[in-house]
Design a protein. Structure first.
Length: 626
C-alpha cells in the first residue's frame, strides 16, 4: 500500500520544477511513511511513498525500473495472486531480484502489456512509463478499491493517488461546478468527476495511455455486466461454492510480511471473514470499537461473541462520542474533496487505534452490495412482490405528521417508511436514485438555484441510461456496486485508513467472490423479509445465533445533537455566516438559515445530513479555494 504522483510534459513543454515533485511526494507521506522515491527525466517526474507490506527490503522500493531500463513503475495496492503469477514467470525463465508483488507486476507488464490487467487479482492503481516509446500508462483495479486522479492542462498531465498530491503540480485550483449536483444529492462525488475543475478520477476497471498526442479516453479492461448471466444453481450449491471460495480467497488476502488483523464490527460480513480466516489462521487478531455513551450503536458484545466462537484474539477500543468530535477537524483537513459520509469519523478512529497493533487489516467492504444487505434492496423486493404499494402514496401526508428524523428508533422507522413510500411511485431507476440520495431536491434547488435541478436531472438521465432496469432488484444491486461501493464505501475506507498509514484489504471484492456473486440469483440474496440470506446461511452452523438473526445496523454519528449543541456556534459564525455566503456566491443565505431552523423541529427528517454536506463542502472550499 502506497501513494504516488507525477507529471508528464508533452509537445515540447519544459519540465516542471523538481521542488513541486518533491512536494507532491511529501503530501502523500501518510499513505507511505516507510520510504520515499523519485524518478525524473526531461519529459516525466514520478514521486512515490511506500508503506512496506511485502518484501520490506530497500530493493522493493519504488519507482521501480525494469532490468533493461525500459519501464518505470509507480504503484499503489497489492496484487494478491502475485505468488501464482511469479511462479508462472519463473517457469518461463524470468529471474526476480525481490520478493515483492511490485516486481511481479512490472515483469508481467514487460511480457503482456495492458493485457496483463485481466490477470491481476487484488486492488491497485499504477503508472508505468515506457522510456522507449515515450508513453505513460495509468490503470485502476476492477472495483475501484484504490484511487487514481489525473488532470490535463497546458500540455502537462498530472496524476496521483489523491488530489493533495496533484495540487503542487497543478497550480491554482478551481471549483468544478458539475460536481455540485451529485455531491449535494449523494454526499459524495462519483467518478469520473472530481471537485476540481479539469481534474478527473480514472473510472474503476480502466486504463489509459498518454503519448505526445495527448491522453486517450479511458479503456475498460473489465466492466460490471449490465445483465449478468445467472447460473442454474440450487441454493445449496451456491452456499457450498461461496464457502469454498471464501476459504481460498482468505489464504491469499492474509499474506503479508507485517502483522495482519481484521475489523470485527459485530455485523455479518466481518463475522464471515473472521470465521473463514480462523479455520487456518487462529492467531489472526480482531479489533472493534465501542461507544460507551451510545449503547444502541455499541456492537462490541456481538464482536466478542464471534471472536470467542472463532477462537481468535480480540481487542475492543472503548471510546466516547467526544472522541469522534475531537477527531472531526483532522478528518475534514485530510479530505481532498467534499465527502459527507459521516461514518468516516468512526472508520478513521478505528484505523487510528488498529494501526497501533497491526499494519494490515481486513474489512467486510462489498458484502452489502454483492449480497443484498441494504434496506433499499429489501424495499425494492417488497415493491416487486406487492406492486399495490405503488398506489399507497396517499398515506404520505399522514405519515409526515408523525416525528420523522434519525435521532430516535421510532422516528427513524417513520422516516424510512416515508422514503420507501415516496420511492414506490417512481420508475425503478428514479426510485433507486431517490433512495441512494440524502439531499432533498427542493432544498438543494432553493439553496443553489434552478441550474442545480437541471444538473441533477441530467446526471440522473445519464445514470439511468447505462443499464436496463427491467429487473428492479438485480439492477439495484448492480447500481450499488457501481455507484455506492466505488464512490462512497471504498473511498471512505481508503482515505480514513491511509490517513493513519493502515492498509485495509476487502477480501469480499476478490475477483473470485465478485464473479460468483454476480452468477447467484438475487432471490438467494434478499427478499421482502430478509437480507444477505445466502451469506448468512452459508455460515449458519458457525455463526452465534445472536449474529445470524441480527439485521443490519449502520453506525449513526449524532449530527443533530452536535449541530444543536457544541458545533452550533462554529456553523453559524464560520461556515454559514451570511456575509461569507454572499461573498461566496454559491448558496442562497436564506436557504441556509431555513435549514438550521428546520433542524430543531420534529420534522427534521434528513436535514442534519444536508447540513453536514454543506459544512463539509464549506470546510473544503475554505481550505482549497477561498
Amino acid at each position: 500500500m502506497c501513494g504516488f504522483a507525477g507529471w508528464l510534459a508533452l509537445r515540447g513543454a519544459p519540465p516542471l520544477r523538481a521542488e513541486a515533485l518533491r512536494a507532491a511526494g511529501v503530501a502523500l507521506t501518510a499513505r507511505g511513511p516507510d520510504a520515499a522515491g523519485l524518478y525524473e527525466e526531461p519529459e516525466i517526474g514520478l514521486a512515490h511513498r511506500r508503506l512496506a507490506i511485502l518484501d520490506l527490503s530497500p530493493e522493493a522500493h519504488q519507482p521501480m525500473v525494469s532490468g533493461d531500463g525500459r519501464y518505470v513503475l509507480a504503484y499503489n495496492g497489492e496484487i494478491l495472486n502475485f505468488r501464482h503469477l511469479r511462479k508462472e514467470l519463473e517457469q518461463e525463465g524470468v529471474a526476480f531480484r525481490t520478493r515483492s508483488d511490485t516486481e511481479v507486476l512490472l515483469r508481467l507488464w514487460e511480457k503482456e502489456g495492458p493485457a496483463c490487467l485481466l490477470r491481476l487479482n487484488g486492488f491497485f492503481a499504477f503508472a508505468i512509463w515506457d522510456t522507449l516509446k515515450k508513453e505513460l500508462f495509468l490503470a485502476r483495479d476492477r472495483m475501484g478499491i484504490k484511487p487514481l486522479y489525473y488532470g490535463w492542462r497546458h500540455n502537462y498531465l498530472v496524476f496521483g493517488s489523491e488530489p493533495k498530491a496533484l495540487l503542487p503540480l497543478w497550480g491554482r485550483p478551481e471549483l468544478n461546478l458539475s460536481a455540485l449536483a451529485p455531491y449535494f444529492m449523494l454526499t459524495y462525488i462519483p467518478a469520473p468527476l472530481s471537485a476540481f475543475k479539469e481534474i478527473y478520477k480514472l473510472p474503476p476497471g480502466t486504463w489509459m495511455k498518454i503519448s505526445d498526442q495527448g491522453p486517450s479516453e479511458p479503456n475498460f479492461f473489465w466492466k460490471l455486466p449490465s445483465d449478468p448471466t445467472v447460473e442454474n444453481l440450487t441454493f445449496e450449491q451456491a452456499k457450498d461454492q461461496l464457502r469454498t471460495t471464501l476459504s481460498e480467497v482468505l489464504e491469499d488476502w492474509l499474506v503479508a510480511d507485517v502483522p495482519v488483523g481484521i475489523f470485527l464490527s459485530g455485523g455479518l460480513d466481518s463475522a464471515v471473514l473472521t470465521l473463514a480466516a480462523a479455520r487456518r489462521h487462529p492467531e489472526v487478531a480482531t479489533f472493534s470499537i465501542g461507544f460507551k455513551d451510545e449503547p444502541f450503536y455499541d456492537e462490541t458484545r456481538y464482536a466478542r461473541l464471534l471472536a470467542q466462537k472463532a477462537g481468535v484474539p480480540h481487542t475492543v477500543f472503548s471510546l466516547s462520542l467526544n472522541d469522534l468530535l475531537d477527531i472531526l477537524p483532522s478528518v475534514l483537513d485530510y479530505l481532498d474533496e467534499p465527502f459527507a459520509d459521516s461514518s468516516a469519523l468512526a472508520v478513521s478512529i478505528l484505523s487510528r487505534e488498529v494501526r497501533k497493533e497491526v499494519t494490515v487489516a481486513l474489512s467486510g467492504d462489498g458484502g452489502d452490495e454483492l449480497f443484498g444487505g441494504y434496506q433499499k434492496h429489501v424495499a425494492e423486493a417488497i415493491i416487486q412482490r406487492y406492486p399495490v404499494l405503488r398506489r399507497g402514496y396517499f398515506l404520505l401526508p399522514l405519515l409526515r405528521l408523525l416525528p420523522h428524523h434519525r435521532s430516535g428508533p421510532w422516528a427513524n422507522r417513520v422516516r424510512q417508511l416515508i422514503r420507501m413510500m415516496e420511492g414506490a411511485r417512481l420508475k425503478p431507476c428514479r426510485r433507486y436514485l431517490a433512495w441512494a440520495s440524502y439531499g432533498h431536491l427542493d432544498w438543494c434547488t432553493e439553496a443553489l438555484g434552478e441550474d442545480f435541478k437541471k444538473a441533477w436531472f441530467q446526471y440522473a438521465e445519464n445514470f439511468c441510461a447505462e443499464r436496463s432496469w427491467e429487473d428492479g432488484v438485480q439492477s439495484t444491486l448492480l447500481a450499488d456496486l457501481q455507484l455506492v461501493l466505488a464512490n462512497d464505501m471504498l473511498v471512505k475506507t481508503d482515505r480514513m485508513s491511509m490517513m493513519h498509514s493502515l492498509e485495509v484489504r476487502p477480501p469480499l471484492l476478490d475477483n473470485r467472490v465478485v464473479d460468483l456473486a454476480l452468477r447467484i440469483p438475487w432471490r438467494f440474496k434478499c427478499g421482502p423479509r430478509f437480507s444477505k440470506k445466502i451469506l448468512r446461511d452459508a455460515f449458519r452452523e458457525e455463526l452465534p445465533p445472536e449474529i445470524y438473526t441480527r439485521g443490519k445496523r449502520g453506525f449513526e454519528v449524532p449530527l443533530r445533537k452536535w449541530f444543536l449543541g457544541p458545533l452550533k456556534s462554529v456553523i453559524e459564525k464560520e461556515y454559514l455566516d451570511p456575509d461569507f455566503l454572499e461573498h461566496q456566491k454559491i448558496f442562497n443565505p436564506r436557504a441556509a438559515q431555513h435549514l438550521i431552523k428546520k433542524l430543531a423541529g420534529p420534522d427534521a427528517g434528513d436535514s442534519a445530513w444536508w447540513l453536514w454536506s454543506l459544512i463539509v463542502f464549506q470546510h473544503w472550499y475554505k481550505k482549497h479555494l477561498n
